[in-house]
Design a protein around this ligand. Structure first.
Ligand SMILES: C[S@@+](CC[C@H](N)C(=O)[O-])C[C@H]1O[C@@H](n2cnc3c(N)ncnc32)[C@H](O)[C@@H]1O
Length: 315
């Protein structure tokens, strides 16, 4: 059922018997917008209708009141898990990654090398889902550091940084389940075209160890499991973090990736999130937004600074 035109967040009229449920779903959408920034959309509305289709209106009303009163927002957090799209894969959207590898990181690394003292390179994937983006950024950062002479690959996929250099790649997501998977760092390669490895450049398999044999021999499907090597994982840290929080948990960041999430977020929350991320950058730091995320609603900070990339460079 479509949203009422011109009234975002309001569900179109349904027969009288359903009006009470409609009003309650609207209340729930408002709570989801305030809690996680979720944009009211047909997709969310349909998912909510599905989730609550078997719950009588009276029970739904009682559940909603309990959620509203719960300071921990336990059920709301569980609902957010159900509603969010966690799709991700290694080396997603190469146009960003090539800009990072060829332009952004070399310039940042060279600038750091010219400064006295310790050299700390910090990247953040701000809606990292199950972690593929974080490990992708870490692999690229290590290669760039090596190409500039500040790291060495001592064995396949095992880099040591030069003295005085450190690398931190942070990943965060609102979803506890996604962060648990990211920390586990075990990924499945399947042949259905949807796996974490669907666009994977084979040379990067050197950062993984094969952790399991095919498990679906009966169906003929090949599934292989790969674990991120500890020599890569040691540069990566994960935590649960809601982007709607006004203050980032990190400061002086060199590169932030916030991709394929703003599309689900309400316009006002998008602006606040982009501002929060921009504030967390260090001067010359760079923010990448996803190709599908709407930059025109993301506030004045966003500029197209590299071909096809929606990025912001902090002055
Ligand atoms: C489609 S995935 C994108 C993953 C990765 N950035 C990529 O481009 O492949 C979107 C992720 O955003 C997360 N997300 C949605 N709302 C969020 C919020 N308010 N705060 C933090 N993460 C959020 C979801 O849990 C989901 O894992």
């Amino acid at each position: 059922m479509p949203l009422t035109p011109g009234l975002p967040g309001t569900i179109a009229a349904r027969p009288a018997a359903d009006r009470e449920v409609n009003a309650q779903i609207n209340r729930l959408m408002t709570m989801l917008r305030e809690f996680a920034g979720f944009r009211a959309s047909n997709q969310i509305q349909l998912k909510l209708q599905k989730v609550f289709s078997n719950m009588p209106a009276k029970d739904f009303s009682a559940w909603l009141q309990a959620v509203e009163k719960d300071p921990q927002r336990t059920d709301l957090v569980a609902l957010v898990e159900d509603l969010t799209n966690h799709e991700t894969y290694f080396f997603r959207e190469m146009v960003h990654l090539e800009a990072l590898r060829q332009h952004v990181l070399p310039a940042l690394v060279q600038a750091k090398a010219r400064q006295a003292g310790a050299h700390r390179l910090v990247l953040w994937s701000a809606a990292c889902s199950s972690g593929e983006e974080v490990y992708t950024l870490a692999m690229i950062a290590l290669e760039v550091l090596a190409s500039q002479g500040f790291a060495r690959e001592q064995a396949p996929g095992e880099y040591v940084l030069s003295p005085g250099w450190s690398l931190e790649v942070h990943g965060s997501d609102i979803s506890r389940q996604a962060i648990r998977l990211a920390k586990e760092a075990m990924y499945c390669s399947r042949e259905d075209g949807l796996s974490s490895f669907r666009k994977f450049p084979q040379p990067y398999l050197r950062f993984f160890t094969e952790a399991g044999a095919p498990t679906h021999a009966d169906t003929g499907n090949t599934r292989r499991y790969y674990k991120v090597k500890p020599q890569l994982a040691r540069y990566c840290q994960f935590r649960v973090f809601n982007l709607v929080s006004r203050i980032a948990f990190l400061r002086d960041i060199d590169v932030v990736f916030c991709r394929n999430v703003l599309i689900y977020i309400d316009n006002a929350a998008q602006k606040a999130i982009v501002q929060m991320l921009a504030d967390a950058l260090q001067p010359e730091g760079v923010l990448f937004l996803g190709l599908v995320d709407a930059p025109e609603t993301a506030g004045a900070v966003v500029k197209h600074a590299l071909p096809q990339c929606v990025i912001y460079r902090k002055p």
